[in-house]
Design a protein around this ligand. Structure first.
Ligand SMILES: [Zn+2]
Length: 281
């Protein structure tokens, strides 16, 4: 780790780097973390308050932290996601397609105060090398994503319309950035697949109270979605690790044989790429 990283981020961030990663390492496989943090969290070490709300017609719990509705650790729900007005139009289907980026182009800006901007350029280069999505610096376009600094890694799922954000804490790596861009183009977490119960066991007794709904499938959440053919992908860059949101150090997700797994944050997997291709033909 560069000393400049430490001096910039301070002791608290150095502690976070022990469990996460450093931007200059651009780590390969992260060691499994038994403290219960998933690989991406919007507000590390901030639990906020557990709130109940309606998301796409389904009651869910989420965390209210710093005025944001945080779901599944690193997904920020927009106010319209949680409003009754949105629910009222739910029948017309705010389909996933409506949340896709027109012309496969993601317009973006980078907040000039964001440290280690090479994380963003490297993640964008990875996406462009492996998918049809293109990233163009925003000039006057209405819808765009801004990469901005913050305490953790987070994103909205899909294109909201207007400005939206990918937040990157200093400890978020290129791999974490690839993951967050995945949310921005419309990918859910892999364990949200409708057919996931064929491949994983959710150990509810080990989940931190209030986080149970983070382990629901998109069907259970009443979201529109699809399962890419090819089966459950433990190698997905959108996959949690086995100890995500653990309350007691025991796994919250295992394979059907009870074995544990780590989430990789090296690259989009072949199935990730196929999923994006299906969404953006
Ligand atoms: Zn995520």
């Amino acid at each position: 780790m560069k000393t400049s990283t430490l001096s910039f981020a301070g002791a608290a961030m150095a502690a976070l780097c022990l469990i996460g990663c450093s931007s200059d390492q651009q780590q390969t496989n992260l060691a499994p973390k038994h403290n219960g943090d998933p690989l991406e969290t919007a507000y590390p070490r901030q639990s906020g308050t557990v709130q109940s709300g309606t998301y796409r017609g389904q009651p869910i719990t989420y965390r209210a932290i710093n005025g944001k509705a945080v779901y599944q650790g690193d997904i920020i729900l927009s106010t319209s996601d949680l409003s009754d007005a949105d629910h009222a139009t739910e029948g017309t289907g705010r389909t996933l397609k409506s949340l896709r980026w027109t012309g496969k182009i993601v317009y973006y800006t980078i907040d000039p105060t964001l440290p280690y901007q090479d994380r963003v350029t490297a993640a964008i280069a990875h996406w462009e090398a492996n998918t049809a999505i293109r990233f163009v610096q925003r000039t006057t376009q209405y819808s765009y994503v801004t990469f901005k600094p913050g305490g953790g890694c987070s994103s909205y799922v899909g294109r909201l319309g207007g400005q939206q954000f990918i937040t990157l804490g200093d400890w978020c790596t290129t791999g974490n950035t690839i993951h967050e861009i995945g949310h921005t183009v419309g990918l859910y977490h892999e364990h949200s697949r409708a057919d996931r119960d064929n491949s994983v066991t959710i150990l509810t007794q080990n989940i931190q109270p209030g986080y149970e709904s983070d382990f629901q499938t998109y069907v259970q959440q009443n979201k529109d979605g699809f399962d890419q053919p090819g089966g459950f992908d433990f190698n997905s860059v959108m996959m949690y690790h086995s100890w995500s949101f653990s309350v007691n150090g025991q796994p919250t997700i295992t394979k059907k044989d009870g074995s544990t797994f780590t989430g990789q944050r090296d690259a989009l997997s072949p199935l990730d790429i196929a999923t994006v291709q299906a969404m953006y033909p």
